[in-house]
Ligand binder design. Structure first.
Ligand code: FES
Length: 105
C-alpha cells in the first residue's frame, strides 16, 4: 500500500502508519506524529551510484538556522531531519544515500 505524507513524499507500507502522539503545540491546531521507516535494503537503487554518498544542497535566503539537513534515508529518529542514521544504513546495505542540506545564504 502506498501512502502520501503531508509534504508530498510517498512510501510503501504494509499497513498505514500508526499515530504516535497528538499535540496541539499551544496553537489550537492538532498535529499527529507518525513513525515512518523504510524496510529492506538500499533506498537509492540508481541515483549517482558512483558517489560514496549522495548529498544535495539548496541555498535559501530565508531560514531560521544557517544549515538544516533533511533525511532521505528514512532511518532518522528525528525524521524529517537527518540525525546521521544514514551512515549506519549505508554501511549495512552498501547504499550511498545522504541528506538534503538547506543552507542559508
Ligand atoms: S539520517 Fe537519513 S539522511 Fe541522514
Amino acid at each position: 500500500m502506498a501512502s502520501t505524507v503531508g509534504c508530498g513524499l510517498s512510501f510503501g507500507l504494509s499497513s498505514p502508519p500508526k499515530p504516535l502522539k497528538t499535540s496541539t503545540l499551544g496553537t489550537g491546531v492538532t498535529r499527529r506524529m507518525v513513525a515512518v521507516r523504510a524496510e529492506g535494503g538500499a533506498i537509492n537503487p540508481e541515483i549517482r551510484k558512483t558517489e560514496d554518498k549522495v548529498v544535495d544542497a539548496v541555498v535559501v535566503t530565508e531560514l531560521a538556522k544557517p544549515l538544516t539537513a533533511y533525511c532521505r534515508c528514512w532511518r532518522s529518529g528525528t525524521f524529517p531531519l537527518c540525525d546521521g542514521s544514514h551512515v549506519k544504513h549505508n554501511k549495512a546495505t552498501g547504499d550511498n544515500v545522504g541528506p538534503l542540506l538547506l543552507k542559508k545564504q
